[in-house]
Design a protein around this ligand. Structure first.
Ligand code: HEC
Ligand code: HEC
Ligand code: HEC
Ligand code: HEC
Length: 433
């Protein structure tokens, strides 16, 4: 009897040990590295150099540097190949005539390149001032603190040469003390508080999207001080392009709607969309299901026996199993074909919208050159053209070729085509046709 008991006890202890060993193995294999090396001095409050952060987190640093050290890959509609968008979309030369993008518009290459890429563009495009650097470098939050709102109108080249040392890096998204995600750009904080949202109360999953919303958004430079401002309304609905359009027509812009540039051919007072990735993603199937930008763009990846969030922010089509596989069990080829199906539809309709907008420009130009044409109808045509091209541009400037929110995307492009037709008709009627 005593012998039996002893056997059971030894057996249980062995089983417990095996279980514990297994648990430790699984834990180690799935551990996410988030502890600093205690032998190193802590990361300083104002440290912006990713290499210094990288001493504490070498795996994260390597992953971040992969955008530079890794391969150049072009997907059907994305990737980090710095190709010339004007070759792919020659209609942009007409649509953006009179504006910088008609002469130079390159696909982007990734966060570690942001400063280098903006440094290389045509000098005429930097005349807005230091404001153009706002979303490019981790040195910006300190400069904003130092110079306040005067920062935005400082000279671009002077600020870049004197103060900018690094391209987008760790401190843009992380608090050096706690490593928590944090918001460093005041424009997002202000825009959200207008909606009654306190960004400091956002939970972790929300922050995995909000850190991106600091930069991947539509914005404009408000007033003489050129303060970076997000043109959002007072609710989430206010991020839709129709509402943003209304914003540019109302409030302080009621008597004099906001104008980015005047089109040299149609004389339309134009709006230019930036990169409304966050706004376009809102209310999508994925966003409604609680999926964050980081879920697809920063998936967990194995490095030896540990896991880290990938810091090689790139097209998820380059690592579908890691980016989508957590939630979707289908195979990679199938998922890729679903993405490309969505993107093809979006692309084809976007091309139609671009052509109709080009036609609207030509018709308005023709009316402007026709003596005796009805000036009121020409004005109406220009108004429609402004709306049409704005909606086209929103979809042209968002970065996923429609994937982030497929239904909404086709809806906006459809409206763009409708407005372009109205512009064409009004311009023709102005000539009595
Ligand atoms: C459900 C997954 C998913 C989510 C969530 C998601 N994206 Fe994407 N994103 C994609 C896919 C797929 C593409 C298309 C990539 C391609 O065409 O190669 C893409 C493209 C992009 C691109 C262009 C990449 C390139 O290679 O040109 C950017 C920038 C981007 N997303 C930013 C964001 C931001 C910011 C958010 C959150 C507001 C977000 N994404 C949310 C899947 C996602
Ligand atoms: C564009 C924003 C962004 C930048 C830049 C960035 N990170 Fe992160 N980082 C994230 C996000 C998002 C997570 C996931 C956080 C979460 O899930 O709570 C993360 C997570 C981490 C973690 C926690 C462990 C993990 O893997 O999830 C560490 C450590 C880390 N980052 C280090 C770095 C270092 C070092 C750099 C600079 C080389 C850096 N990060 C740059 C957004 C960023
Ligand atoms: C401080 C501003 C800033 C923040 C924060 C930021 N981005 Fe970016 N992002 C940029 C800029 C600027 C570029 C273009 C860089 C270049 O010149 O190639 C870019 C490019 C990208 C690309 C394209 C890379 C490629 O291969 O074409 C992806 C994908 C991306 N960002 C996703 C994200 C996601 C997801 C987040 C949040 C976790 C995020 N970004 C946070 C400013 C930012
Ligand atoms: C964190 C979970 C999660 C991740 C990561 C994720 N998805 Fe999804 N996806 C969902 C959910 C939830 C839905 C809603 C439909 C459903 O319940 O299946 C969905 C729907 C879809 C749909 C159909 C709806 C639509 O918007 O067209 C496609 C296509 C899709 N996902 C592709 C992808 C691709 C490609 C990736 C990787 C780049 C990805 N998803 C990453 C959770 C996820």
């Amino acid at each position: 009897m005593a012998k039996e008991k002893k056997k059971i006890i030894i057996g249980s202890i062995l089983a417990a040990l095996v279980f514990l060993g297994g648990a430790i193995l699984i834990y180690n294999n799935n551990r996410v590295v988030r502890t600093e090396d205690p032998k190193l001095p802590p990361i300083a409050e104002d440290e912006t150099d990713p290499e210094v952060w990288g001493q504490h987190y070498p795996r994260h640093y390597d992953s971040y540097r992969n955008a530079v050290e890794g391969p150049v890959v072009r997907t059907k509609y994305g990737g980090n190949d710095k190709y010339d968008k004007l070759e792919e979309f020659p209609e942009m030369r007409t649509l953006f005539a009179g504006y910088g993008f008609s002469e130079e518009y390159n696909e982007d290459r990734g966060h570690p390149y942001a400063v280098q890429d903006i440094g290389a563009i045509n000098p005429a495009r930097k005349k807005s001032g230091a404001v153009c650097l706002t979303c490019k470098s981790p040195e910006i939050p300190e400069l904003l603190e130092k110079f306040g709102d005067d920062f935005y109108t400082m000279d671009f080249t002077e600020v870049k040469d004197k103060y900018i040392k690094h391209s987008i890096a760790c401190s843009d998204c992380h608090d050096p003390k706690t490593m928590d995600l944090h918001i460093t750009r005041p424009a997002l904080r202000k825009a959200l508080s207008k909606m009654g949202i306190d960004v400091d109360k956002a939970d972790r999953q929300e922050m995995r999207t909000l850190v991106c919303a600091q930069c991947h958004v539509e914005y404009y430079f408000a007033g003489d001080k050129k303060i970076v401002t997000f043109p959002w309304g007072e609710s989430i609905e206010g991020m839709k392009p129709e509402q943003v359009y209304e914003y540019y027509q109302s409030g302080e812009y009621k008597d004099k709607p906001f104008v980015d540039w005047t089109h040299p051919k149609s004389k339309t007072p134009m709006l230019k969309a930036q990169h409304p990735d966050y706004e376009f993603f809102m209310n999508s199937t994925h966003q409604a299901a609680g999926v964050a930008c980081a879920d697809c763009h920063m998936p967990y990846v194995k490095q030896g026996n540990v896991k880290i969030s990938s810091h090689d922010l790139k097209s998820p089509l380059r690592n579908i199993s890691e980016s989508c596989g957590v939630c979707h069990r289908e195979d990679e080829e199938y998922l890729k074909s679903r993405v490309e199906h969505i993107q093809d539809n979006n692309y084809n309709l976007l091309k139609v919208a671009a052509d109709r907008n080009v036609e609207a420009i030509k018709e308005i130009e023709k009316s402007l050159n026709s003596p005796g044409a009805d000036q009121e109808l020409i004005k109406q045509a220009q108004q429609y053209h402004r709306q049409a091209q704005w909606l086209w541009d929103w979809m042209s400037a968002e970065n996923s070729m429609g994937f982030h929110n497929p239904e909404e995307g086709l809806n906006y492009i459809g409206k763009s085509i409708d407005f372009a037709h109205k512009a064409i008709r009004a311009a023709q009627r102005a000539r009595g046709e």
